[in-house]
Structures are given as C-alpha cells and as structure tokens.
Design a protein around this ligand. Structure first.
Ligand SMILES: *Cc1c(COP(=O)(O)O)cnc(C)c1O
Length: 233
C-alpha cells in the first residue's frame, strides 16, 4: 500500500466517523505521525496533500525537519511535537515546532515560553491529562489541570489550545470512548472556569472512531498512514 493510498483511506474513514457523529469532517485535523520514518515518507505524504506531521523524538525530528526543508523548500508544513518532553530538550522544540501536545507540568511550559524565538508566533500547547486508563504515568491529574491551565495562559509566548490524552488500548468501542468522554468533560469544566480552548488531541490508528465520536479535533495517526514501525522506543 502506498502512503498516498493509505492517506486517502484514513481520510475516508475519518469522514465516515465524522458523519456518524453528526460532525463536519473539516473540523477534524489529521495529524500524520511520522516518527521512525524518514524525510522521504514525509515528502511523499506532503505531495499527497498532507500538511500536519507529528514527531516524538527531539533529535530525530529536528534532523528530519531540516532534511525535508532542504529537499522540498516550497512545502509549508506544520510540525507537532507529541512525545514526552524532558526539560533539557525544550529549546530545540521551542525553536522548530508549531505545536506541543504533551505538556504536563509548569516547568516545561515556562521553559518553552522562555525559549520560543521572538520572530515566531506563540507556540500552540495542549496539556496531556492522565485520564482513567492512561497508557503511561505521564499527564497532569484531572484535579491539577485548572491550575496548570491558568499558568500556561499566563505565559507570553504560548497559546493554550486544548487537551490531549493517550488511553490504554481497550477492546470495545464503548470502553474506548470512556476516557475520551472524560477529556471532553474536562475541557467543558475549564470553559466553565473561563478558560476557552478549541482542541481535543485524541485518537490514534486503533481508536480513531471512538475519539471522533467523543469530539476529537486532532487525531494522531501513524501506522494506518506509514505502516508498521520498525523499532519502538
Ligand atoms: C506513535 C503515536 C501515535 C500514532 O500511533 P499509531 O497507533 O501508529 O497511529 C499517536 N500519538 C502518540 C502520542 C504517539 O506516540
């Protein structure tokens, strides 16, 4: 299967799930997760119309962004850092990315804001929340979310866009929907407290339908577009 055929199939599936949810497919961004794949795969996807790409590993991503820019200087792509971020690696992320999805503590947010170059627009931020059934220990606890959101809103070079979650794989659609519904409710609670956001980053290749039914505005899809990854970090 070629990347462009896969992209077409994923876009069709996305549109079908949006219709099932009574939503406009244009309100759902397909983020192509290109980690472990080379610049050539990104360029192939971009030539098929894909614009937003997600990466997990800082050095791999920075090298890839440079390689894509050199090989295809005309492409205007959007880069999203979706992996866990250590505080000693915030600088290249602040310099090379448009979005960061997995911010879960104030120290990381503070550094990203301090290190964001002044010639670039504010860095778009999603806060990773540890919803029930979260796959890892990362993510802010729901009880601590409002304070973290307030802190990020106050930082000058960041723009708080929304929430992100990575739930544990679940066997049924109903079980997959539960943590995504929880994330949506947390977004509503923030709104009630005066913090307006427009993004729910949730859903991967195996649970895209559940995420879209619960209101995902960015789905992060790797395997269904690029194929199986050769190594897992
Ligand atoms: C790797 C990864 C994805 C993509 O996962 P697939 O199952 O390959 O679609 C999405 N989100 C995050 C945070 C990831 O690390």
């Amino acid at each position: 299967m070629s990347i462009s055929t896969n992209l077409q199939q994923v876009s069709q599936a996305l549109a079908g799930f949006a219709q099932e949810a009574g939503r406009n497919p244009k309100d759902i961004v397909l983020l192509a997760v290109s980690k472990t794949f080379g610049a050539d795969a990104v360029i192939a996807a971009a030539q098929a119309g894909q614009r937003a790409f997600g990466e997990n590993y800082v050095q791999e991503a920075v090298d890839k962004i440079a390689a894509v820019r050199q090989a295809a200087p005309g492409l205007a792509l959007e880069w999203h850092f979706i992996g866990p971020l250590q505080s000693n690696k915030t600088k290249p992320v602040a310099e090379h990315f448009d979005w960061v999805h997995a911010v879960d503590r104030e120290k990381i947010a503070q550094r990203l804001s301090d290190q964001r170059p002044s010639n670039l627009p504010p860095l778009n931020i999603c806060l990773q929340v540890n919803v029930s059934g979260e796959a890892s220990k990362s993510g802010v606890a729901p009880a601590d979310l409002p304070a973290l959101a307030q802190a990020v809103v106050a930082l000058p070079n960041l723009r708080l866009r929304g929430l992100m979650a990575i739930p544990e794989p679940a066997a049924t659609l109903a079980a997959q929907r539960e943590p995504f519904a929880q994330l949506r409710k947390l977004q509503e609670q923030l709104r009630a407290e005066g913090i307006e956001t427009d993004t729910l980053s949730m859903g991967m290749s195996a649970d895209m339908q559940a995420a879209i039914l619960e209101g995902a505005s960015i789905v992060r899809i790797g395997t269904a577009i690029f194929g199986k990854r050769e190594y897992a970090n």
